[in-house]
Every structure is written in C-alpha cells, then in structure tokens.
Design a protein around this ligand. Structure first.
Ligand code: C5P
Length: 311
C-alpha cells in the first residue's frame, strides 16, 4: 500500500487572457502550495476502483469517473499495463472551493500508482500526463511556488522568500470553474471587466522581498469580479478581512474560498478567531505556505498471508 499526501494551492496572482480556440483561457498565474492536504492511498487490486472519504466526499463521483481514477487509467495506458488498483481518497481539501482539491487527488493518484507499479517514468513524463488531466494537476505534483502559463500547466520556478500565514474562509457550496470563466467572458464582452490579463510582476517582486504586507498589497485575481458577481456574499468576507487587520485578501482561483493573508502566525490566529465570530463564512482554516508538492508519505507491504497488515 502506498500513501501520498498532496497539498491544496492558492493563486497569489491569476491573470486571465482571452479564451483560446480550445476553450481554455491563456493564463499567467503564480501558484503557492499550502498546508491543507488530501491523502491518496493505493493498493493492488484486480480492477480499478475509487472510494472517497472525508470533506465533501458525497459531492464527488466514486469509481472511475473520479479524476483520481482517470489519472490511474491514463498512467496505466502510458505504461501499457492494466490499471488494477484500488484508490482511497481521504479528503480534507474542500471540494469545488478554488483550492484545486480534485487536481491534488489526480496528482496523488499519479504519483502513488507510479510508485506502486515501480514505473520507469521521469518527472517530465508524469507532468505531461498530469497536464492532460487538468490545468492545475502539474502544480500539485510540483508544489512550492511556480509561475504557470499556457492553461496554467506550464510551470517555471519562482524565487521567493518567507513563509506566509493564511486564513481560508470556506464557503457553503462550491462554484463550478467553467461558470466563473464564462461570467468573466460575459463581463468582458459587456465592457464591465478589463479585457487584458493583469501582470504577475507585482506578486513576483513582493515574493522576492519576503514581506507579507508587500505580498498582501500585490495579490490579484482577474476571476475575482466574476466570482463576486456570482457570489456577492464573498465581498463581506473580504471586507471583514480588511477590518480584522489582514494585509491582503483574495478570492482563491475561481472561488468561492477567500484567502486572507496575515502579517504573522500570531496575527493569523487572531484573524481566524475574529472571522469565525462574524458568521460571514461556513468555517475558517489556518494554513501556511509554501509547502512541497505531492510526496509519498508511507509504504506498507500488504501480504495476503498477513491480513493484519491490511488497513
Ligand atoms: O483544466 P481544468 O479541467 O481544471 O479546467 C476546468 C475548466 O476551467 C475548463 O473546462 C474551463 O472551462 C476553465 N478553464 C479555462 N482556462 C484555463 C483553465 C480552466 O477556461 N486556463
């Protein structure tokens, strides 16, 4: 049995260009992996199956329809082997929250299956398969911080200093990513939103300084106005962050999670407590970043003659 831990992501900057012919938007985005994790466990089995436990499990397909199942199948096809594996997802990254939880599960399944099958595959090949599965999947493998271009799947390293303390305001219900991109296109066509992607440069400069206040001032997300149009209540969370002393706040990816940046770990504790008392979101969670990407956490030999070794 192989167990892999995969982090959630925030987009510190999300610059969205025009829609391409393939339906995706050209992006320039700065990712940071943060310490909220899904665990992906795999063990050999006669056929491919996926079981989902934990946060938001009911909202996700089990079985092969799950993105983690599709990841296992894609890797098996690449390797020319059968995808006989049982996948269990222990979710703590909220579903459809703008934190790339589904992408984390796909990345975890790729790494876990590659390890289980002792696959002769390098990081670049794995990243290529990851990119086919979703725009954020390569970053979930990579972790840390990175500049994503193309659909978000082409990664370049980002130099940065410091550790950042976030308070995540988790919302009731999710937001479907395509509907947020559609709303941005609609707003652009109506002249209600700038037509061009914003530049990631201010965030890249702020990350080199390591100063949370500089990063807070530089955070930007071109999808934010669209997410706020679909979920106006998120504005109250951003305003509450301002009032409670956050140095910055942003809708995470396509939302509806709002990420508030605190000056220090202590400031994050009081920000989280203050926010929890205001009834502006479902729940709050404190996370730090950056953290490494998908990693094998545990390998347990499972033998049919030693059933006690099974989970
Ligand atoms: O790549 P992924 O499957 O995560 O994308 C989900 C949806 O988000 C896409 O179907 C598309 O509607 C939107 N998207 C986009 N441009 C991107 C990434 C995602 O329009 N660069």
């Amino acid at each position: 049995m192989i167990s892999v831990r995969v982090p959630a992501k925030l987009n510190l900057h999300l610059g969205v260009g025009p829609r391409r012919e393939d339906g995706y938007h050209e992006l320039a985005t700065v990712y940071q992996a943060v310490a909220a994790y899904d665990e992906v466990r795999v063990e050999r089995s006669r056929r491919l199956s996926v079981a989902v436990h934990g946060e938001g499990a009911d909202a996700l397909p089990a079985g092969e329809e799950n993105l983690a199942g599709r990841a296992a199948r894609a890797l098996a096809e690449h390797l020319g082997r059968r995808p006989g594996v049982r996948i269990e997802l222990d979710k703590s990254i909220p579903v459809a929250a703008g934190l790339a939880g589904g992408s984390a599960d796909a990345a975890g399944a790729l790494l876990a299956c590659a390890s289980l099958w002792d696959a002769d595959i390098d990081g670049d090949e794995l990243a290529e398969i990851a990119a086919e599965l979703g725009s954020d999947v390569p970053f979930a493998l990579h972790g840390g911080m990175a500049l994503g271009t193309g659909r978000g799947e082409r990664l370049a390293p980002v130099l940065g200093r410091g550790r950042y303390h976030w308070v995540l305001a988790l919302a009731d219900g999710g937001l479907a990513t395509p509907s947020v991109y559609d709303e941005l296109d609609r707003r652009r066509a109506a002249g209600e939103a700038p037509a061009r992607a914003s530049s990631p440069d201010p965030v890249l400069v702020a990350l080199r300084s390591g100063d949370p206040a500089a990063l807070g001032a530089a955070l930007a997300n071109d999808l934010q106005s669209a997410a706020l149009a679909l979920r106006p209540g998120l504005r109250r969370v951003l305003d509450a962050g301002d009032e409670l002393g956050a140095v910055g706040g942003i809708v995470s990816g396509s939302g509806p999670t709002v990420a508030l940046l605190a000056r220090s770990r202590e400031a994050a504790v009081s920000l989280a407590a203050g926010l929890a008392g205001l009834d502006v979101c479902r729940t709050v969670r404190q996370v730090d970043g950056p953290v490494p990407g998908a990693r094998v956490a545990e390998t347990v030999a499972v033998s049919s003659r030693a059933p006690s070794a099974r989970r």
